[in-house]
Design a protein around this ligand. Structure first.
Ligand SMILES: [Zn+2]
Length: 315
């Protein structure tokens, strides 16, 4: 929206510059036309006076002037004068005609520029209206964003509390004093091996803030509803809804190692149940904060998340 606003503002600036230039052109053209009209009047006056003079001095005919010549040289002289006079009048008339045409052309151009100028003014007005509208929408949108930011930061606080509670719950339930004997874990979503979001800091797809991604996301076309399996043998210590994670299973594998599976559409195990490595525990879904069906998978050491791909999981 900001980009759109600045583009529109520079368009308006350009239009206003063009309008200013046109108005200047129009004013110059008006002055030019006025001057040309005056010049035309002067020239036309001269012509009219000449014509009037001929009539006032009595209509001496061309032949009369020639036939009253006193000699051949006088005859030729008079003939030359008459021809010059006639040529001059003819030229004057032609010049006047050309001047008139030039003035008319200038007037047409002036009218065209006036229309162009008016159109640009209308365009500028419309752009200004649109700009104001965009600015209003922008203000409203900003208010909306601020409101949803408040809601989101509430959600983030809630998630943090939930995460702390989860760690406490895992720590209370997991058999820390035993040893982890599960070895390399089995891939929890058989048939789907692409990690669509890795472990670590990332821009959260729903909350739109930088947030630690506490596990890996595994997905693929057609994964919705497919079986998620236990990555190693163990005991289910959580099977239920966790805010953000949706339907979730946590399995204790001994030695303080637990795995967590989130966003399920349906759970297949219950709290306290023992599961084998590779046993189906839930169906892939998109419950909780998810933009599409996927498995969110975590490995925790004494409640603290670690990168599952660092030694635990193998594709
Ligand atoms: Zn995830």
């Amino acid at each position: 929206m900001d980009k759109q606003i600045s583009t529109t503002e520079s368009t308006i600036d350009n239009l206003e510059n063009e309008i200013e230039d046109l108005e200047q052109d129009i004013s110059v053209a008006e002055d030019n036309i006025e001057y040309a009209e005056k010049q035309y009047e002067v020239k036309d006056d001269v012509r009219k006076k000449r014509v009037a003079t001929y009539y006032e001095s009595g209509t001496i005919s061309y032949w009369e002037i020639l036939l009253t010549s006193e000699s051949m040289s006088d005859f030729l002289y008079r003939k030359q004068i008459l021809s010059d006079v006639m040529e001059y009048d003819k030229q004057l008339l032609e010049e006047l005609k050309e001047d008139r045409e030039a003035i008319e052309t200038q007037k047409e151009e002036l009218e065209e520029n006036k229309v162009l100028c008016e159109n640009k003014k209308i365009e500028a007005e419309q752009k200004k209206l649109a700009l104001n509208e965009t600015k209003v929408v922008r203000t409203e949108y900003l208010a909306e964003l601020n409101a949803s930011e408040d809601v989101l930061s509430d959600s983030i606080d809630k998630l943090q509390k939930q995460a702390d509670a989860l760690v406490a719950q895992i720590n209370a339930a997991s058999g820390k004093n035993t040893k982890y004997t599960g070895g390399t874990m089995t891939w929890p979503l058989p048939g789907y091996y692409s990690v669509t979001s890795p472990f670590g800091n990332r821009l959260h797809p729903v909350l739109k803030v930088y947030k630690m991604h506490t596990g890996i996301d595994i997905a693929g076309s057609g994964c919705n509803g497919k079986n998620v399996v236990a990555a190693a043998a163990g005991t289910v210590i959580t099977a239920g809804w966790i805010s953000g994670y949706g339907n979730t299973v946590v399995i204790d594998h001994g030695g303080g190692i637990t795995t967590l599976y989130g966003h399920s559409q349906r759970l297949l195990v219950k709290k306290g149940q023992k599961v084998e490595k590779g046993e189906a525990i839930m169906l892939v879904g998109m419950t909780g904060y998810a933009t599409g069906p996927h498995l969110h998978f975590e490995v925790r050491e004494n409640g603290k998340y670690v990168n599952p791909l660092d030694g635990y999981l193998k594709k």
